[in-house]
Design a protein around this ligand. Structure first.
Ligand code: CA
Length: 143
């Protein structure tokens, strides 16, 4: 399962996150694991906490959560995000991404979603000061 994304793909995704974050003070992360037995959003919320994603200054972290074996996917924003963006908005990005996933194009789908999330974040969360990278852009692989 560590091979779900190749090293090159992980680097591409990480670079896409870095590029998206240049537009915004928001922080984007991707967590990937094989299985998710329970509720997808509950699991994503648990991972969000585990990764310390609630520690951004403006509470504007976004987690992309993917359990590829169980075909589960969620986008979860912190409280700062939810003030500005409704659930439907993330549903749109999700739908776009799932079209790629359905074709087996996971890396491309993630990159498209990350870029769209960056553009969306820029509207309410422009870069601040030197726009510190508060959360690592590296793809996080679970067990
Ligand atoms: Ca980051």
């Amino acid at each position: 399962m560590k091979d779900f994304f190749s090293a090159t793909e992980k680097e591409s995704i990480s670079n896409a996150i870095g590029a998206a974050e240049k537009l915004t003070s928001g922080e984007i992360r991707l967590f990937v694991e094989a299985g998710c037995k329970g509720d997808t959003l509950d699991r994503a919320a648990f991972v969000f906490e585990q990764l310390g994603m609630q520690k951004t200054k403006l509470r504007n972290g976004i987690l992309f959560y993917l359990a590829y074996r169980d075909h589960k996917f969620a986008i979860l924003g912190d409280v700062g995000i939810n003030i500005h963006y409704g659930d439907n908005f993330w549903e749109e990005i999700k739908k776009n991404m799932e079209q790629f996933f359905a074709a087996g194009k996971f890396c491309e789908g993630i990159m498209v979603g990350v870029a769209q999330a960056g553009e969306a974040l820029a509207k309410h969360f422009p870069p601040l000061g030197d726009n510190p990278d508060e959360l690592s852009n590296a793809v996080v692989m679970g067990n």
